[in-house]
Each structure stands twice: as structure tokens, then as C-alpha cells.
Design a protein around this ligand. Structure first.
Ligand code: ADP
Length: 316
């Protein structure tokens, strides 16, 4: 039916090598690493062998080049990634604190990422996509939201499907009408990929079983619940289920785990793999990604993920 598409921000991340607080004195930094939640998702989707495409904007600069080259190398259709002549590629400086929380300096709001537009290239791409993956980052970007809202019915009208990774960070909930927008997306989603309390936020109630049943009644067909180091579970409306314990890894950089999980899961399911197999690959993609510095650096091919699973112990 056509590739999986995602819409949203592309940026680079520059990471402090050492944990600590803020950026008020000179520190050792490493980067630029390709980043942006949708970009990480779609890169992992393509690396897993899924047909993949992205709608985004980068600046006419090295940070944009780094991203485009990576996505192209990994097999993502970049025909609808525009290059803005007068806005720079977004960037994020990240420093982990001892307790695992992060300090950021963002340059995104006024970057090329905010210049997303419905262009003829976007129109042509959306006309042949078979699946759209929506991420909560759309709530922070009016431009991404507008394109997403327009693309979903077009893809659904041709028999395509939609997945939703709520990604509801505190910063996102602060944006106007996020809750209404979120509820409207849940009602359209075929597949939901929540983590933390997002399952309860999506369902509007607590209790995993109750929340899952309520979402199935609202039309969701499949739910993959991410549980961080404890692995993940998947459920289908038909009653099928799969569970996967966490793989035991040393966490170097947790950024991007959920996006890699989602990219692998969607790719595997669209390639026709059974629930359990898709979940195992997704769980491995999330775990492998946290072992590498840089938000997208641990995304793996099918062979790399198979090798990683074969030599990594699981939690009991
Ligand atoms: P999100 O980033 O969306 O909050 P998670 O942190 O739950 O998502 O990570 C997504 C998936 O990646 C998890 O369900 C798990 O499969 C894997 N994962 C993440 N962190 C770890 C970890 N520390 N050890 C093992 N697996 C992990």
C-alpha cells in the first residue's frame, strides 16, 4: 500500500560527554548527531527494512546535511524534506545530570523545522503512503500539526493506517489544546505506542486492563506498551498478546529509545511479522539504542538487532 511516513522536526543534538548541570562553563561536547523524534523513528523503521518516508525541513547548512545524508543512507525517502534557504537547522544541546534528568538548550522554535509547509512534494508523497506515524511532538508545532491533520484522512481514505506515539512530555502538555488534539488522534489511531502513564492519559482512566479495553472500544486495534528497562507488551483487539522482558544493557544515552522501539515495531508489523516477533525486534531496537551516545546512533538493521538479541541477557 506504500511507505510509512512521519512528519516533524529534524535537528542535531550536541551532547556533553560528562554528566553535570547546565552549560554555564566550558565543557567537552560531542556531536552533531542526527536527531528529532520523528527522524529517529523513521530511520529505525527504514533500517529494519520497512519502506519509509519523512516530511520535514532542514536548513541549508552542515547540520541539515548530516541529517539528510543519514536518512538517505539508511533508505528513507527524503523527497519531501525541504531545504530552507534562510533558516538554520534546529539544534539541541543536552547534558545529563547525575540523576538521569537532562538540561537542554534548544534552538528549534525559530529553526527550519518550524517552516514546514504543504508543498507539491508533500502532496505527491502523501498520495502514495500506506501508513502515517504521528508523534506527540506535533503538539508543539502548529506547522507540523496542520500537515498531519491534512495527511491523516488522505492516507486513511486509501485504506492506509495510523499509529500514535503520544510522547506527552510536560513541555508539550503546556501547549494550547493539546488534550483535545490528543483525544482526536487517539480516536483515529489503529496502533497506539504509549509509555509511562500515557496509556491512562489516552484512555482517560487508570488500570492497565481497563484502559486497554476502553481504547479497543474506541476503535484502536493494537497497543504496544513500552516499559523502559522492563521491556514491553503488545495487545490486539482480537485478544492476541505478546510480552517481552527487558534486555540487560548499560544505559549510555536514553534519548531515542521509544522512537527506535516504535520505528522497529511499525516496520515489523507492516512487513507482516507476528506480534511476538515484532515486539522482540522493537524491544531490542529500544535497548540497543540506549547503549550508544547520540539519539539515533544505536538504531539497528535486522541483522544487527538479531545479533544484539543473541548476545544480550534478559531480565527474569
Ligand atoms: P519512551 O522513550 O517512549 O518513554 P521507553 O523508555 O519505555 O520509551 O523505551 C522504549 C523501549 O526501549 C522499552 O519498552 C524497552 O523495550 C527499550 N528500553 C528502553 N530503555 C531500556 C533499558 N534501560 N534497558 C532495556 N531496554 C530498554
Amino acid at each position: 500500500l506504500g511507505p510509512t511516513v512521519t512528519i516533524g522536526e529534524i535537528l542535531v543534538e550536541i551532547v556533553a560527554r560528562e554528566t553535570g548541570t547546565g552549560f554555564r562553563e566550558p565543557i567537552d561536547l560531542i556531536g552533531p548527531f542526527p536527531s528529532g523524534a520523528p527522524a529517529i523513528f523513521i530511520d529505525q523503521c527504514a533500517r529494519m527494512g520497512g519502506a519509509a518516508a519523512m516530511v520535514g525541513v532542514v536548513g541549508d547548512d552542515d547540520f541539515g546535511f548530516v541529517n539528510i545524508e543519514r536518512l538517505k543512507r539508511d533508505g528513507v525517502d527524503i523527497s519531501a524534506i525541504a531545504v530552507s534557504p534562510d533558516h538554520p537547522t534546529g539544534s539541541a544541546f543536552v547534558r545529563y545530570r547525575e540523576d538521569g534528568s537532562r538540561d537542554f538548550v534548544y534552538n528549534i522554535a525559530k529553526s527550519a523545522a518550524a517552516r514546514l509547509e504543504w508543498t507539491p512534494q508533500v502532496e505527491a508523497l502523501i498520495a502514495h503512503c500506506g501508513h502515517i506515524h504521528v508523534m506527540g511532538t506535533v503538539f508543539a508545532s502548529p506547522a507540523a500539526w496542520a500537515i498531519t491533520e491534512r495527511a491523516i484522512p488522505l492516507i486513511k481514505a486509501r485504506g492506509g493506517t495510523m499509529s500514535l506515539d503520544p510522547n506527552l512530555r510536560k513541555e508539550l502538555l503546556a501547549h494550547g489544546q493539546t488534550e483535545e488534539k490528543f483525544a482526536s488522534l487517539v480516536d483515529k489511531a489503529d496502533l497506539l505506542l504509549p509509555s509511562g502513564n500515557e496509556l491512562f492519559l489516552a484512555a482517560g482512566m487508570d488500570g492497565e486492563e481497563r484502559a486497554i479495553e476502553a481504547l479497543f472500544r474506541r476503535g484502536v486495534q493494537e497497543i504496544a506498551v513500552k516499559r523502559g528497562e522492563h521491556g514491553a507488551s503488545a495487545r490486539q483487539r482480537t485478544g492476541a498478546r505478546a510480552d517481552c522482558p527487558g534486555l540487560i544493557v548499560e544505559e549510555t544515552d536514553p534519548t531515542g529509545a521509544g522512537d527506535c522501539f516504535g520505528g522497529a515495531y511499525v516496520a515489523c508489523r507492516r512487513l507482516g511479522m507476528p506480534l511476538q516477533t515484532a515486539l522482540e525486534f522493537a524491544n531490542a531496537a529500544g535497548a540497543r539504542n540506549v547503549t550508544r551516545l547520540g539519539p539515533m546512533e544505536g538504531a539497528g538493521t535486522r541483522a544487527e538487532l538479531e545479533d544484539f538479541m543473541a548476545r544480550t541477557a534478559r531480565r527474569s
